[in-house]
Write a protein that binds this ligand. Sequence first.
Ligand code: GDP
Ligand code: GDP
Length: 437
Amino acid sequence: MARPVVAIVGRPNVGKSTIFNRLIGDRLAIVEDKPGITRDRIYGSAEWNGKAFSVIDTGGIEIDGDDMILKSIRMQAELAIEEADVIVFMCDAKAGVTQSDEEVAQILFRSGKPVILSVNKVDNLKRVDDIYEFYSLGFGDPVGISGSHGTGIGDLLDVVVENLPELEDDGYDEDVIRVALIGRPNVGKSSLVNAILGEERVIVSDVAGTTRDAIDTPFEKDGQRYVLIDTAGMRKRGKVYETTEKYSVMRAMRAIERADVVLVLINGEEGIIEQDKHIAGYAYEAGKASLFVVNKWDMVEKEDKTMQQFEKKIRDHFLFMTYAPIVFLSAKTKQRLQKLLPVVKHVADQHSLRVQTHLLNDVISDAIAINPPPTDKGRRLRINYSTQVAVKPPTMVVFVNDPELMHFSYERYLENKIRAAFDFEGTPIRIFTRRKS
Ligand code: GDP
Ligand code: GDP
């Protein structure tokens, strides 16, 4: 289920990215050890009092080729209004209320979204009085915080969480496969949507009846129901900021959150660029099933090994997603298009696959027998028992004598053995190590 989105808005230098990093904090540690994952981020997950949400740092969204700061801030505020459920409006106690703060306030006023006014850099008691002038912005009680010292962040989070909307279920049955298409502008997302829907024996449902009917497209093929997530948002065009990378990432994130399967589109004609990696990285982090779709294959001059060479390039660039199958096709000529949905269905099945505990333990026992766990300072990792605790993505818990003794490389070895035994093609696998109590 999708998480609510909190956006941090404010002029430059008030401390947005400092607070953003505090909010998403240690959760990054899980993914940052994977090669190829970007660190330059504006979107992350946070949790407070058991409530999970996503955070966007709108300050990271710079408008290309536009050095007018005010114009940039305005656009960021508009973006936040469009995309967020709760807006944290950040100001700077040291600077006091500035004209740009008032500009931002004007825009946020009209949003109709909950706006939480937060005054940063309240580093000491002397500054506490400085927050009163911010009442003039008209958003009620300012929450004083200090990004440097970490004070007040809990109070801010309390207010944020109080204002998070209750998320509605998206209304689709459990067996409907939710599919998101992501990729940089012009890679062919809209063309592929149209091609899929125009395929033989695809029945597009015109029955609305879901909370998201305005932007999703449900359809059925070979007895399997699918829904294409956020296809209308994809078609929306024309605003300046839509061409910026970070904006497209932000758009894609919302669709990824709601999806089971993410199609990562690559332009076969132009090859892989850095932006493709950022986008794919989010699908990996969100724990979604994924596959690569190399589109515009009609434009590629083909020789004997063209496909294998392209495949190798993808494997080299996306080291964190070697489990994702690759489909080459052309949305325009529909060449190889019929190969796509069977793969989508297959990875969706793998994403919700549950393996029996005794089978899992057999595989792990065999793995240990072939390659015994490492020792550290004379102590050897002992694995007692493993069990799958969740699906979507498949999540395993391995009970051991001491989790500290589990090395990343051994965990990867176990993951490879699990994959070799049970497939799990197209889905990330999460492995957690716990001390056996
Ligand atoms: P952004 O442009 O709004 O994202 O702001 P940054 O997070 O980059 O912070 C701008 C500057 O303010 C940096 O030099 C931070 O170290 C500093 N800063 C952030 N939070 C605090 C704070 O609570 N107190 C003080 N004194 N400085 C802070
Ligand atoms: P989006 O921005 O990702 O939604 O991309 P569009 O679907 O709007 O496609 C961008 C451009 O690429 C359009 O001119 C399409 O006609 C073209 N295009 C899309 N798919 C293909 C394809 O498979 N082959 C070729 N040659 N052109 C394509």
